[in-house]
Structure formats: C-alpha cells, structure tokens
Design a protein around this ligand. Structure first.
Ligand code: NIG
Length: 386
C-alpha cells in the first residue's frame, strides 16, 4: 500500500500561493510526499482512504529552534524566577554538568521522549542543537544523538564559556577540534551572542570558522537586552536570528532588508518574564518571522507550538493566519527547507507529506481555544504518527 487519500477536510491551509486555503478538500499522500491537493470531489481513489469528518488541516508545525539533548532538571531555577529572580545565561552551566554526567542512553531517551511529545501535538519537522556538552567528546555525542532523532541539527558549542576555562582558549577549541568532530553530523552552527555568553567579536569568530567548513549560520541574539546579535546575523547572512526580544529600530530595518528570518520564541519570553518579542513591528516593517518553541530545560520547557501560536495571536497581535504561517512555513524558511522536492511547511504536490489535522473546524480555534489539545491526527513524512 503506497497511496493514502485523506478526505473530508473542512478547511485546508496549504501555505501555497496558488492553492491558498481550500474548503471541503482532500490530500493524496504517496509514500513520503504529497501527490495531490484539491477539492474532495475531484480526488482519485487511492490504496487507503481516511475521512477526517470536516476537520481543519494544515502543514505540520516546523519547530526550528529546540535544545533537546540535555539531562537534569531546573525546576528550582524556574521557581526562583517566578519569585522574582532574573533569568541569566548562568543556569546553562547546571545543565552542562548534568548532561556530561548522563549516559548516551539517558540522553537519547530524553530526546526521543520530547520528539514524541512534540509530534503528538502536530510538530512534524524539528531542529535541535548541541550546546550542553561543551567538551569535544560531549558535543560530538550530543550531535550524534541529535542526528538520530531530529530532522536538522545545529552545533552550539559557543553556548557559554564553560566554568574554569578562558573565552579565548575555549573558542580555539570550538573553532578547532570541536568543529572537526561535529561538522560531519550537523548542518548548522549557532552562537549565543549575549552578555554573559559571547560578545560580537567572539561570536563572529565562531560563526566564520564554521562557515568556512560549509555550515549554515544561526544566531541567538537580542534575548536579554539590545545588543549586536541581529546586526551580526544579518551582516554574515545567517539563515535566522533567534529570540529578537529587544530590538532597536535599526535592528528591525536590518531584518526587513535581509533574508535573515527573525525567529521569535514566545514561550521563552513568558517563562523568563521578558517582554514578548515585537512580532507586529517586525511584520509591519516587512521582516520574515518564524515562531518556535525553544524547548529546553532552562528558559522554555515546552514543546507546544500551539501555545506559541495562541500567544502570538492573543498577546503579540498577529492574525491567526500570520501566526500559523510563522509556525509552519516561517520555520521552514528559517531552516531553508521550504522549497523544492520534499519542502516542509507547505502542502502541495512534491512537498514532504507532513499533515496536521485539528479537532476543530478551522485554524482560528488554535487561538480561540488556547490550551486545549486540538491535535486529532498527524502524518509525518508520509507515516501516520498520531
Ligand atoms: O535559547 N539562550 C540560550 N540558550 C537557551 C537557554 C538555555 C538554558 O537556559 O538552558 C535559549 O533560551
């Protein structure tokens, strides 16, 4: 059996400029690809048929920013934050300690559990990062475990300077033997360009070394204060700059005039008691935005993309369509995975067969019914995953 007709889709969001949004629609999946999209009445028979009973469907969420390879627990830090302590980059060191002490099996089990949790909520394409190992051996095993479970892997050796190491010495390791060890396993490099982590010059050093090895660039920037992250990301042609919580007018203009996607992480902003990133301002200026979960044990311990979408609509003043696009095709754009054969974040012939069916008649319910688990069915890479 290779083809499946999914019919009875009351509202189909395709994210495709020509197909747009369809009513009473159907989709045909052939192995791992979308073979056909159109009105239900025009669909050809397939080997199997699933009627979703008038429910809404959309491309699976593309979660373009997570940190799933970790061990340990930071509940106490979260409680302290809710009692008024500020978030700082320093908490990362606690997770580094626990991650180094964990076995490969323990780390893999955590990644597996969180990927399963994400998929059961409609995420079908997911990036994850290293960054809690920070030795050559620990970063290499993080990259290996990530590559076994995630669709895209990012090397974040430049997450913080590990305790008892100088920044210059550590960067020499990151740009030398650590990069050598992880480069075959990852597509992207990232750097935490923020006070308490790496300054602009240090960040540029880490990014340029990886670019010379053919890795694509991503930047954590402007999370805790205005700073050089956005300018650096745009100047070096990074695919995305993530967080963007504190932006100057110049940052917004730079993003609007570039191909660098501003990836917003509303669950992180809320969990760290920061203001929400200026999503409306970015869109009005013409920037491309993505929404992602930033799932990690410190600043954002959620895999729920639906929560991010609801927050973006209810509190960041995006329309439902803008938020849904940002959490699907926007994430795909941030990962440069939204075009060609096997594109994600879009439903059209040739795209990867990643479909999310809601237990709701329209995508509006994602914001209208916040916090309600609305995922009814998920196909991931052509396989029924929920
Ligand atoms: O994206 N900001 C840097 N890295 C993560 C936080 C990691 C942590 O606190 O453990 C983030 O928020």
């Amino acid at each position: 059996m290779t083809t499946t007709l999914i019919t009875g889709i009351g509202e189909l969001t395709t994210n495709d400029d020509e197909l747009g949004r369809l009513s009473d629609a159907a989709v045909v999946i052939d192995d791992s690809r979308i073979a056909w999209v159109g009105p239900a009445g025009h669909a050809e028979p397939a080997d199997a048929r699933v009627d979703v009973g008038g429910r809404a469907a959309l491309p699976g969420w593309v979660d373009s920013h997570t940190h799933l390879v970790f061990a340990g627990d930071r509940t106490a830090e979260f409680e302290a934050r809710m009692a008024g302590q500020p978030y700082s980059a320093g908490g990362i060191a606690r997770t580094v300690e626990a991650t180094r002490a964990a076995s490969d099996d323990e780390l893999a089990a955590t990644v597996r559990r969180l990927v399963r949790e994400a998929v059961s909520q409609g995420t079908t394409y997911l990036e994850t990062k290293t960054g809690y190992g920070l030795t050559v051996a620990d970063e290499a095993r993080s990259a290996r475990i990530a590559a076994e479970h995630a669709d895209e892997v990012t090397f974040l050796g430049a997450h913080i300077v590990p305790p008892d190491t100088g920044a210059d010495d550590y960067l020499a390791t990151v740009t030398g033997p650590m990069l050598d060890a992880v480069a075959p396993l990852v597509r992207w490099v990232d750097v935490f360009c923020e006070s308490g982590a790496f300054d602009a010059a240090q960040s540029e050093r880490a990014l340029r070394a990886a670019a010379e090895r053919g890795l694509g660039l991503r930047v954590h920037g402007n999370q805790l204060a205005e700073g050089p992250g956005v300018e650096l990301a745009v100047r070096l042609g990074a695919a995305s700059v993530d967080h963007c919580t504190y932006l100057s007018d110049a940052d917004v203009d730079a993003l609007a005039g570039s191909d660098t996607v501003a990836t917003l992480l509303p669950a992180c902003d809320l969990s760290t008691r920061q203001p929400l990133a200026p999503a409306r301002r970015l869109l009005d200026a013409g920037a491309v935005i993505a929404l992602a979960s930033n799932a990690n044990p410190g600043s954002s311990y959620t895999t729920s993309m639906a929560f991010c979408v609801a927050t973006a609509v209810l509190q960041q003043r995006l329309s439902v369509d803008e938020a849904v696009w940002a959490a699907t095709r926007g994430g795909a754009r941030a990962l440069r995975a939204d075009t060609g054969d096997g594109a994600v974040g879009v439903l059209r012939p040739g795209a990867r067969a990643d479909l999310h069916v809601l237990d709701a008649p329209s995508v509006t319910h994602l914001a209208y019914r916040p916090g309600v688990p609305l995922t009814a069915a998920v196909w991931r890479n052509g396989v029924r995953a929920f």
